[in-house]
Design a binder for this molecule. Structure first.
Ligand SMILES: C[S@@+](CC[C@H](N)C(=O)[O-])C[C@H]1O[C@@H](n2cnc3c(N)ncnc32)[C@H](O)[C@@H]1O
Length: 210
């Protein structure tokens, strides 16, 4: 199935836009990426686009979300089966956080390694600051990290801003662009990372080879 046909099938389902899908498809193909780790799949739209982009290289996507993502309609299993991509992805549902599953990956022998990690999950300093630390251990030299929603804040989130958790959050934390803090303070200052780029709401970094 080509990307235009996928756009039609996924049109009414959040979150990845056709423009982002086209960007990541080209990114995967241009950089010879085979193994992708995704943190945060929701309905699985981004997962399907990524898995489809990996078909030519016979690559694989490992993707992680919370247990509650199972109850989305449609969920990732339904979407991936509809598009014939179910064998190209390994799906994990976590009770608490993808950071737990990343710990389990680090315990494996050999440790799984990835060429690209797409982070579109908690958007929080507490979770994604730590996720960066863990992902770094799983990323091949020469691999990339793409952070989505670099300008996202809790205050601007339609689904979260009215929750008790956000109401009780310090003003500074709810106004803070927390993914941007991870990118600016942890990724960009790390001498092992470079080729920084931003594109729309994405921030991209390469783990340098030497
Ligand atoms: C914006 S959605 C992902 C959208 C998806 N990448 C796409 O573009 O189609 C963010 C997802 O991250 C998940 N998430 C948030 N915090 C998480 C955590 N700590 N561990 C695992 N998943 C998390 C949420 O359940 C939600 O489904």
């Amino acid at each position: 199935m080509n990307i235009q046909q996928m756009h039609k099938k996924l049109a009414s389902i959040p979150h990845m836009s056709p423009k982002q899908a086209e960007y990541i498809t080209k990114f995967i193909q241009d950089n010879n990426i085979k193994n992708v780790l995704e943190l945060g799949f929701c309905h699985g739209v981004s997962s399907c686009y990524i898995a489809s982009a990996l078909e030519a290289a016979d690559g694989k996507l490992v993707t992680i979300d919370l247990k509650c993502a199972k109850y989305h309609n449609p969920n990732i299993e339904t979407l991936s089966k509809m598009l014939g991509l179910e064998n190209r992805m390994e799906i994990y549902y976590e009770p608490t956080s993808y950071t737990w599953r990343l710990m389990r990956f680090l315990e494996k022998k050999p440790i799984p390694k990835f060429d690209l990690c797409y982070i579109d999950g908690a958007h929080s300093w507490f979770v994604d600051g730590f996720a960066f630390f863990l992902v770094d251990r799983l990323l091949n030299p020469g691999g990339y990290i793409i952070f989505d929603d670099i300008n996202w804040t809790y205050l601007m989130s339609p689904s979260l801003r009215k929750t008790q958790m956000v109401k009780e959050m310090p003003w500074d934390e709810k106004c803070c662009r927390q993914v941007k803090k991870v990118f600016d303070l942890l990724v960009k200052t790390d001498p092992r990372y470079g080729e920084f780029e931003t594109w729309h709401h994405w921030a991209i970094a390469k783990k340098l080879k030497a």
